[in-house]
Design a protein around this ligand. Sequence first.
Ligand code: GDP
Ligand code: MG
Length: 201
Amino acid sequence: MAVINIRKKEVQIKIVYVGPGRGGKTTNLEYLFKTIRHRIQSDMVSIKTHGDRTLFFDFLPFDLGTIQGYRIKTQLYTVPGQVKYNATRKLVLKGVDGVVFVADSMVVMREKNIQSLENLRENLAFYDIDMYKFPVVLQYNKRDLSAPDIPLLDIATLEQDLNTKLKAPYFEASALRGDNVIATVKKIISETIVSLQEHLA
Ligand SMILES: Nc1nc2c(ncn2[C@@H]2O[C@H](COP(=O)(O)OP(=O)(O)O)[C@@H](O)[C@H]2O)c(=O)[nH]1
Ligand SMILES: [Mg+2]
């Protein structure tokens, strides 16, 4: 749940990027770190193991300005996507206010995307959160790939696999190029704030 400090007129929201390993979660945060640096107060913290795989999490705090007199502070986290790190994934989801699900558009990742979304549903249920009533934004990533030997799932298939029941807003993106990376984070932040307002009302 968001941390609301009435005295300081401050709301702190926690957004977690989830999705299959190698789907582009860290690349999203790296792009945001590069492009919106002026709003970022502290450095991006990245805890990585061999090469570029996230072992624990990447963390990016930034200040968004003010809504209704409250200063909105956002913390972005990513979790490790590999199946074996579920305990960590669960831990990072503690207190989450909104989720970006980064799906990998490559055809070979079809099952991994579906399994990862199911894993998210289970992990949120552990915290008594119903994924279908929670702020979630889908990001269909790696749309820039166009090599003939790397076929991509079409959007209709991704929508059918992942979004039939969820009915979440979605973006076609390239985290590598930065396409729709900012649109994705803006959308999840606004969905999260709307949801918090409904819960506080
Ligand atoms: N072509 C392409 N590659 C990407 C994109 N996003 C991430 N990658 C690459 O996919 C690999 C895994 O990305 P990473 O962000 O570490 O995935 P994570 O495990 O979800 O954090 C890296 O080699 C990235 O450069 C994208 O939009 N397009
Ligand atoms: Mg990562």
